[in-house]
Design a protein around this ligand. Sequence first.
Ligand code: HEM
Length: 133
Amino acid sequence: MNEIPRGTLQEQTFYEQVGGEKTFRRLVHRFYQGIAEDPLLRPMYPEDLGPAEERMALFLMQYWGGPRTYSDNRGHPRLRMRHAPFAVDRAAHDAWLRHMKDAVDELELSPAHTAELWRYLTYAAASMVNTEG
Ligand code: HEM
């Protein structure tokens, strides 16, 4: 019998496949550079973008199979509820995704990884819209 011994085939998470923490930090840092320059979105964010950048990086790392530090610090994500204080209308949605697109493109992941990441981000952004217009 040619059995493959247990433990030799290890499934990698998406987080590991794309390069782990470093990749997510690059993504989110580039995204927040876009936010910093955005006349519509910048006023929604706190004056100091550093902590917001950290929250987003930890959330995405956890979502894709990395460490669970986000929930250790912040509890259950409840993202729709956490966005309730902000008017996320079509324009905000489009601007947010535009900055994410720039950030994703700069990572230069494989086409399959890019597509998977982008599918999630577009789906999540659509689900965050809470205001008409
Ligand atoms: C669609 C347009 C969106 C807008 C305009 C928006 C805006 C904001 C703003 C103003 C904050 C507060 C910043 C802070 O202090 O942390 C925030 C927080 C956050 N957003 Fe969004 N967001 C959008 C979509 C998304 C999506 C699609 C995700 C997830 C994929 C996301 C994940 C987060 C996370 C993880 C936080 C921090 C939550 C916390 O722990 O407090 N956002 N967002």
